[in-house]
Design a protein around this ligand. Structure first.
Ligand SMILES: [Fe+2]
Ligand SMILES: [Fe+2]
Length: 512
């Protein structure tokens, strides 16, 4: 019996070794790849329908368009990869490219259909290819993904639209001009007025194109037709602007990105949530404003998204609205309610401000990209004050130093860790601001020591492990914090000649 069992065990072990030695799966299409190919094939079929010549009888023209569409798709994908190698983006931009290609081609098709069926206009004069909303796709991508992606997607879409127009150079030039202006103006697309100005600049580029291409027509075209086409072009640009405004909110939800235009709305201090914070938790409100100033300056110093860091900082502590008096910055003259509580209960209250903040964010429809700042701003750091209190209380009662009774892991936030550069900057600025507030004397030397100590503590505690900030960027963020803090706290500044003690209080006191 024993021999049989031993042989069976042997065979089991051998089969496990063989399994491990075998390649886990033959290299081929992974499930997600199969899905990608299926979506790309579907997009190709829809695209072919959009660019098909009138009637499907001319199979040669159809085949040429099919091959051209394939080349355009591959070309766009390659360009996106070149761009992503320089600046990593979330995965899935290939899908964006496909959708935008189809949208751009559908624009032309819709414009043509609308002209023929809805408006009693002379289609020779109102050539829809000249007046399709060419600015829609590049403008939308520029607002969501920035100038570089807009350039890639807009150029690729321009070729596709020219193909839909029967390889028309003028249509490509119209699309190219809209793309170039939208990509160039991408960082400035924050207000409605700036979007209108960008559309005006596109009109300035497109007008001479329509003028020249119409007059070059061998059939000869009168100036009245040129005037009608330019008027229609300006009208369509206005339509493009309206379409972008309508498409932006659903596009932001789908791509989980946020445009500067929408961020601007959240940066408004008159919002109910921020006004409530100013009234009910003035200390937290002031702290959030200071963190916002620190974070925006640092993010801009490293070429990051300053406005996103600012807005993330505004909302990072909204969870404190539930019990404002339990946080140091709101305890003006009144006593500290934690004095009467065991450290374990205090820990629960403090940790909950992250969870309650996330609930408030959902109730007030804050986008995920902003709500993430609430969830990650403490990472998995330890609530030092209450951990020390627990250790000393346990030590006093058990005489064992309290270790094991007040386990450090019990006093940690649940995380997750900050990932993006802006999230990391806000997390660091949060700790730096909270600690700077406790400095009895503020000198440039004290501030520099304090910032260095906090960065070192965060680093050695693993709080920066998931962060995309490079070491060089961290050094620039540190320098920016010292510079901004020195200016923000200049009223409290004691200059080095009066300095008695260069050592700042411990960075461990920092919490925000
Ligand atoms: Fe904070
Ligand atoms: Fe906080």
């Amino acid at each position: 019996m024993h021999a049989i069992l031993s042989r069976l065990r042997h065979r089991k072990v051998r089969s496990r070794i063989q399994q491990a030695a075998r390649p886990s799966r033959a290299p081929g299409l992974r499930d997600s790849d199969a899905l990608r190919y299926a979506i790309a094939a579907l997009a190709w079929v829809i695209g072919l329908w959009l660019v098909a010549p009138a009637g499907l009888a001319d199979w040669r023209a159809l085949a040429a368009r099919g091959v051209a569409l394939l080349i355009i798709g591959f070309g766009g994908q390659m360009l996106l990869r070149v761009k992503e190698a320089q600046e990593p983006r979330p995965r899935g931009t290939w899908l964006l490219l496909l959708v935008m290609l189809l949208l751009a081609m559908a624009d032309v098709r819709l414009a043509r259909w609308g002209l023929v069926h809805l408006l009693p206009l002379d289609s020779a004069r109102f050539d829809p290819l000249y007046v399709a909303p060419h600015a829609f796709v590049p403008l939308l991508v520029a607002m969501l993904y920035g100038g570089q992606t807009a350039l890639v997607v807009g150029l690729t879409a321009g070729v596709a639209v020219a193909l839909a127009a029967g390889f028309d150079l003028a249509v490509f030039l119209l699309s190219l001009s809209a793309t170039a202006v939208a990509a160039y103006e991408a960082p400035a697309l924050r207000y409605r007025s700036q979007i209108a100005r960008t559309l005006g600049r596109i009109a300035l580029w497109q007008t001479p194109i329509v003028l020249v291409m119409t007059l070059m027509n061998p059939d000869g075209t009168d100036l009245r037709t040129v005037g009608i086409r330019i008027g229609a072009l300006v009208l369509w640009l206005a339509v493009s602007g309206v379409l972008v405004m309508l498409a932006l909110p659903p596009a932001e939800r789908l791509t989980q990105r946020i445009s500067d235009y929408s961020l601007n709305g959240f940066a408004d201090l008159g919002q109910p949530l921020l006004r409530r914070m100013a009234l009910e938790a003035p200390g937290t409100y002031h702290h959030s404003m200071m963190v916002a100033d620190l974070a925006q300056a640092a993010a801009e110093r490293i070429g990051g998204h300053g406005l996103l860091a600012r807005v993330g900082a505004y909302f990072h502590d909204i969870g404190k609205l539930g019990r404002p008096r339990f946080y140091m910055e709101n305890q003006m003259q009144g006593g500290n309610p934690h004095d009467a509580l065991p450290p374990n209960i205090s820990r629960m209250i403090i940790v909950n401000h992250v969870k309650e903040g996330l609930v408030l964010a959902r109730l007030h429809h804050l986008p995920d990209v902003i709500a993430r700042f609430i969830g990650v701003h403490h990472g998995t750091s330890v609530i030092r004050w209450f951990h020390h209190k627990a250790v000393s209380q346990a030590g006093a009662s058990a005489g064992d130093g309290g270790m094991g009774v007040a386990d450090e892991s019990h006093y940690r936030y649940a995380g997750p860790l900050p990932v993006s550069r802006e999230e990391t900057i806000v997390a660091l600025a949060d700790s730096v601001e909270a600690a700077a507030r406790t400095l009895p004397r503020v000198t440039p030397g004290h501030l520099e020591n304090l910032v260095n100590a906090i960065f070192k503590a965060k680093w050695s505690d693993g709080q920066l492990d998931a962060s995309l900030l490079s070491n060089a960027e961290l050094a620039r963020v540190r320098a920016s914090f010292v510079f901004t803090l020195t200016h923000l706290l200049h009223a409290r500044l004691a200059y080095p000649s009066h300095e008695q003690n260069p050592n700042p209080p411990s960075a461990a006191a920092a919490s925000g």
